[in-house]
Design a protein around this ligand. Structure first.
Ligand SMILES: [Zn+2]
Ligand SMILES: [Zn+2]
Length: 276
């Protein structure tokens, strides 16, 4: 059975609308809960930043998010077309829970490596200047930063499912779970508040997962902490920010240097000292 691109348009529109509604429901909910309701209550968990978010930043992030959601719909469309044309091994047959769980774990491991490799490349001067600087315009990250990407970056970061679906019999249910986990991880990484307890650094395995502090340091330092789900690749390649654990433990004891200065005019257009 083949599927024409034109016949995919209604389902693409549906996929885009569903994703957009789900995304904004989650992000607006988290923003209202943590940034509004928790503004005073969670003051000690607020991650310090040399520059504070303003309305212009959130408006800009909103626009880039729509581009990212469109890129996600394009990747979904490519998947649907390949599946309809019989070119993908993607499986829509019901699969046992343990099989879906195994694919989810494998997908997380693969995506973690895929993201780290691409993220390092995106910090090469040319790619940073023309593509990745869009994401790094946000220094003081917040839930609306989660999908604030250049279209090229959004395509690259969502396209890993295409080769995976071509070569592997991935159950569709696993792809759905991976998408939800990926979104949750992205929102957590850009939360701007560290809600995880300090003692996680003493727990084997758990201590190697990404945290809001870990990724916020990537935005404020512009170098190091490139990982998505874990710290493993940064540890392996020596790119972890040296004082990450100290900053994670010291939350609430550091006062931001500039509480409300505007963010966009002096946003970085190239990484310091070239690519790292
Ligand atoms: Zn980056
Ligand atoms: Zn980020």
């Amino acid at each position: 059975m083949t599927t024409s691109l034109a016949s995919l348009l209604p389902s693409l529109l549906g996929a885009f609308t569903t994703q957009a509604l789900g995304y904004f429901a989650l992000v607006c909910g988290v923003y209202a809960l943590v940034w509004r309701w928790g503004r005073e209550r969670l003051r000690d968990a607020r991650i310090p930043s040399p520059r504070r978010v303003d309305r212009a930043q959130i408006r800009r992030e909103f626009g880039h998010t729509l581009v990212t959601l469109l890129a996600g719909a394009v990747s979904a469309g490519a998947l649907m077309w390949l599946h309809g044309a019989g070119l993908a091994r993607l499986s829509d047959a019901p699969a046992p829970l343990r099989v879906v769980a195994a694919w989810v774990v494998a997908g997380l491991v693969f995506n973690d490596a895929w993201f780290y490799g691409w993220h390092r490349l995106l910090h090469r001067p040319w790619l940073f200047r023309h593509v990745h600087s869009v994401h790094h315009k946000s220094v003081d990250v917040n839930p609306f930063t989660s999908y604030s990407f250049h279209a090229v970056e959004a395509l690259v970061l969502s396209a890993w499912v295409v080769p995976a679906a071509i070569f592997l019999p991935v159950p569709m249910a696993a792809l759905g779970v991976l998408q939800v986990v990926g979104l949750g991880n992205n929102v957590m990484a850009h939360l701007g508040y560290e809600l995880l307890p300090r003692w996680i650094l003493r727990v084997p395995l758990v201590r190697w997962t990404n945290t809001a502090t870990f990724h916020s340091l990537h935005h404020t330092r512009l170098r190091g902490n490139y990982g998505l789900h874990t710290r493993l690749w940064d540890r392996l390649f020596g790119t972890e920010v040296d004082d990450y654990e100290a900053v994670f433990l010291a939350r609430g004891s550091v006062t931001p240097s500039s509480p409300s200065s505007p963010s966009s005019p002096s946003s970085p257009s190239s990484p310091p000292d070239g690519a790292r």
